[in-house]
Design a protein around this ligand. Structure first.
Ligand code: PGA
Length: 254
């Protein structure tokens, strides 16, 4: 079954509203009809969500938030709800990025609660998983991925699973310039797909899109995207530059 490629630009804590506007003006001009065969999602900081959606109105580029809270509203100072994200015009949300897991101590259970709420709110989640270097070197990669999948996807129905995007992001490859080799990435993606089959069903394993993330660059994107179980990328650093991000999108096999 053909899965549509999906490329995300995760800007993390970068770009003011003015800088975001400038990027999108240039990016929109260059994108042409590329977005017809690839889903492109820009994840700016919360403060730029509204203006990014206004800038991209009429284009087929999607906008998503980088996080949200697991409750609909209430006394949670500093947090943001799915309804607030939807109101900006955004359609997607990244959940469980390794930086959230590491610096903000987000557990699999917390991520699963957020994922259920995102689906109930009609926001499409991009859920991140991935092992550290220490875990890889001690042969625990599959065990770690299995635990993250079971924990972070807890309570989703097969249909919700199929509408979820997964991002395999080995922690050791994020922002380090080190990339998983296409073979290492494919091996992990294949393992994740086999887990989806046993956790949900065969259809969910076939339909769910799995992005690779971790130092994706114009130079390594082609080989990664050519792997059978890699359906695109979640790009951090290289998505901050419209030219580099465009070059990565152009590497999607047509
Ligand atoms: P990177 O980040 O491309 O800068 O490694 C990827 C990510 O964290 O999503």
């Amino acid at each position: 079954m053909a899965r549509k490629y999906v490329i995300g630009g995760n800007w993390k804590m970068n770009k003011t509203i003015a800088e975001s506007d400038e990027f999108l003006k240039e990016f929109k001009k260059e994108i042409g009809d590329l977005s017809k065969h690839v889903d492109i999602i820009i994840f700016p900081p919360f403060t730029s969500l509204s203006s990014a959606c206004k800038n991209l109105k009429g284009s087929s580029i999607h906008v998503g938030a980088q996080n949200m809270y697991k409750e609909k509203k209430g006394p949670y100072t500093g947090e943001i709800s799915p309804k607030m994200i939807l109101e900006t015009g955004a359609t997607h949300v990244i959940l469980g990025h390794s930086e959230r897991r590491e610096y903000f101590h987000e557990s699999n259970e917390m991520i699963a609660a957020k994922a259920r709420l995102a689906h109930d709110s009609n926001l499409q989640p991009v859920i991140c998983i991935g092992e550290t270097l220490e875990q890889r070197n001690s042969g625990q990669t599959e065990e770690v991925l299995k635990k993250q999948l079971h924990g972070s996807l807890g309570g989703l129905t097969p249909v919700q699973m199929q509408q979820t995007i997964l991002a395999y992001e080995p922690v050791w490859a994020i922002g380090t310039g080190l990339t998983a080799s296409p073979e290492q990435a494919q091996e992990a993606h294949q393992f994740i797909r086999s887990q989806l089959s046993s956790m949900f069903d065969k259809k969910s394993a076939e339909v769910t899109r799995i992005q690779y993330g971790g130092s994706v660059k114009p130079q390594n994107a082609k080989e990664l995207f050519e792997q059978a179980d890699i359906d695109g990328g979640l790009v951090g650093g290289a998505s901050l530059d419209p030219d580099a991000f465009m070059k990565i999108i152009q590497k999607v096999p047509q």
